[in-house]
Design a protein around this ligand. Sequence first.
Ligand code: FHN
Length: 481
Amino acid sequence: MTTSLWTERALPSDRQPIPLRFGTQVSRRDDEAMQRFRRYGLGQFIHFGLYSILGGEYQGVSAAGGSAAPEWIRAWSGPTAPEGWQGTYDRLNESFDPARLDARAWARQAKRMGARYVIFTTKHHDGFALWPSAHSDYTVRESPCGRDLVGEVVDAYTAEGIDVFLYFSVLDWHHPGYLRTVPATDAERAGWQDFLQYTRAQLLELLDRYPAARGLWFDGTWDASWIASHEFTHALEAELRARRPGLIIGSRFRNDEHGARHFDSNGALLGDYEQGWERKLPANFEMLGGNDWDCVMTIGPNAWGWLRDTRGQYQKTADDLVDLLMRCRSMNGNLVVNFGPDGLGRMTAHEDEIAEQLGAWVAANADAVYDAHHVDLDRTGAGWLTGDGDRLFVTVVNRPVTGILRLRFPAGAERMPISARLLDSGRDLPVRLTDIGFDLDDALYCDVSIPADLEAEHAFVIELALGEASASVGDRIDAWM
Ligand code: FHN
């Protein structure tokens, strides 16, 4: 059995399909929920939990090097790990009280940022539930917080028109029956069965308690124990879908009987969208095979939960995120930007800044973001192409020093640009069409002149109106360069 943490797709094209009992249950959906998904464009991820109290350190000692990321701090090991650390961590519920957490303020901020969906950590790997689960004694109810944080987030974001996806980690460090390996003894098998039933019960509970939630976002599904439970997970997926018609489930939930994750052994996507793009993007549109997808992205290098001390770690700027967002949109994906509030429930100053700056850019250039999709044209080094049928958008992230943006169209193109302007200001830009390129090929070129006096500190979008090629090509003249 070979498994991969991430997206994997390496099927020879001439391979015969093999019979699968636990392969995919869905094919490409075109219902209203998935059409909304395709227009989300930008999302927000929120990692919040007991680890948020610590910010990646304990009593002034940093866990960097001893744990993978601040939300993994319970797994802290090595010389810097405090004595009896896991027991200390497990009792953090006794001091969990995010008194400054205002889900409505979060939701308003996300709205200003332009997010159309949010993914919220209902339970991360530490097993602590942010809702008062009837199936656990390790929840917000067993803390001074005493609030239903999942409910608050679902209500607040839904009220702002932002769809909610519930993040749920299967991997659970708190449940006594959880184990990473395939259960081998009677006691392990009994514990594991108990764990599976608890997982099922919590998931059904989440769906029943929060009917407004649109999707489940699974994580921690890579251990051998879960992979071997393919019969159970196959049935559970069907049950979840039956319980909530229209529910969106990504490809990180389960695997087939051969351990194939994300895509089954016949290469079919194991969910409604491809959910393997974490802190990385596809190299090109073709490798996506037409599947829906999103990319979840940290602002720092790899901290999902709050990190108190970010010195020495590059923090992405709003410009970086605009670049990534439009790169995703040019390949029909959504970008989901992660926020990690501190233990009191406050976003960091940098996140506040990102939300406002990214939001301002997205608001000014919304036409290029939400309803615009991949266009089948050669890429340009100047930036990212999106289009909505009548218009082509070029998000310029690398402004050409020549002052000319050149786009290549196939000679037989039925529609060509007839005018260009800046999307945010409406300023008209000169356009010329020519069949004289440098490569003597069978192509037409559209040259847009970017005026030298255009002051642009950030990426800007050129909107090109498309019209009948026959009319526009009649104006064909020599290139500007
Ligand atoms: O281990 C987690 C990690 O802490 C974080 O939650 C990310 C978010 O996609 N998922 C896991 C790693 O893939």
